[in-house]
Design a protein around this ligand. Sequence first.
Ligand SMILES: Cc1cc2nc3c(=O)[nH]c(=O)nc-3n(C[C@H](O)[C@H](O)[C@H](O)COP(=O)(O)OP(=O)(O)OC[C@H]3O[C@@H](n4cnc5c(N)ncnc54)[C@H](O)[C@@H]3O)c2cc1C
Length: 496
Amino acid sequence: MWSKCVRRFSTSPLTRVRHPKLRRSPHYATLTDRDISFFERLLPDGRAITNPDDCLPYNIDWIKTCQGQSQLVLKPKTVDEIQAILRYCHEHQLAVCPQGGNTGLAGGSVPVFDEIVLSLRSLNSIGAFDENSGVLIADAGCILQTLDVHVNQFGHTMPFDLGAKGSCLIGGNVATNAGGIRVVRYGSLRSAVLGLEIVLADGTLLDCLTSLRKDNTGVDLKQAFIGSEGILGLITRVALACPTAMSGVGLGLFSCSSFEKILSTMRLARKLCGETLSAIEFLDASTYNLSLKNLQQTNKPVEPNNFYILVETMSSTYEQAKATLDKLANTALEKEFITDGTLAQDLKQYKDLWAIRERVPEALVADGYVFKYDFSLPPARMYKLVEETQKRMKPFSNVRNVTGFGHLGDQNLHLNITVQNGYSDEIKHALEPWLYEWVAKERGSISAEHGLGLHKSKYLELNKGKQSLELMKQMKNIFDPKCILNPYKVLPYKID
Ligand SMILES: Cc1cc2nc3c(=O)[nH]c(=O)nc-3n(C[C@H](O)[C@H](O)[C@H](O)COP(=O)(O)OP(=O)(O)OC[C@H]3O[C@@H](n4cnc5c(N)ncnc54)[C@H](O)[C@@H]3O)c2cc1C
């Protein structure tokens, strides 16, 4: 499977230039030489980075929608160092941007202005794995794929999987409550997180690092930090329940003429594959073609059509995983839900078929500037939104593609609009708030799995309502009263 996310570090316009109405808050101190000396003493061996070229990759997000101007990147190796950094920043009113693998897609992982980047990459020891309970303890800076390889030795697997797994870090995954392709089988990441260790904004250590599956004692504080995108505290250690790995895996790619047939195939897969089902993903023809082009794959794995669906099965035996998939393929053909299909015959084919889906984000970035949306919607309405967006984008000659794909089994649509010649304010205003209002009317979610980051924070109330938003602000005030953690993100920021 694909390992490391491909990144190109050409510059993108500064966030403050692209969003001129967003102003740096005077509430935060400006970095001084004295501050830098403190951090250089605290983190010797070049772990306090000030060289602008070396800071650049930490200032630009993966899809190049944001570029901050941080002049300082800190790479602590221990929790004590993280506590000392935050204690100092809290005392001196310095804003901090927590960063994991910087693969986030909502503009949350890079500074907006000059916030100090606190990178978790060097806090990366793998702790104990308990073979009796299947619980792994790991530092926040461990790469997801490294952890998967580690637990595989014991016959276990990580409870989630996503295309960025070679680059994203487990702390970032928990901070975004990452979804990915196995939610169908293992549920949301939240349910697999048994414990967390957190450093609060003032440097206090909050130890919620239990490894227990059952623990009904008081308020479950760790839940507040899962998916909070670095605005409440720094996740430093994680205890995760890792399921037993299945040795039998099957994967099928099928083409369909309409989205209705995609939904029929999904319902059939649920019925026929039952407990062996582990992933259901879909791509429309534009997404699929862009991905094949990016992979430089000229031979088409299946007869082309308007939509494609990937169904994966897992079982303790290969025969069982394959048998349910065979049954699905035959029945779906008979019922004319699908027009063609292929089943992976070996590991290479399995990886090649998954690459078509997993490398879509890379294919979109190669196609132009990407307006990226990540919605939860009732399945019957998912593709309607893509069609309406296509119509809405018709007058814009610089729009290259309006594509829909996503985690069909979890009602998660990824809608993407690629634009030639870079970002366009005009297109953004044609899309927003129209898209968010459309989704809110359907009682969907404006962010199924990527989070709100910088891009979607101002629409939170539309999704959650006034009361919830007010409570979230109060929580922020309790955990981070000086508001130094990841400012301007997640909660709506007042713009004058
Ligand atoms: C090719 C590709 C495929 C992807 N596929 C999926 C997918 O299928 N499903 C999905 O959900 N996402 C997906 N993503 C998005 C991204 O990979 C996830 O959001 C991931 O969980 C982010 O992890 P990260 O370590 O890169 O975090 P970052 O991007 O560095 O940070 C994300 C957010 O978390 C905060 N943060 C990071 N670490 C910590 C910490 N230790 N403590 C507190 N806050 C922290 C940051 O401030 C930021 O707000 C994909 C991205 C790419 C590039």
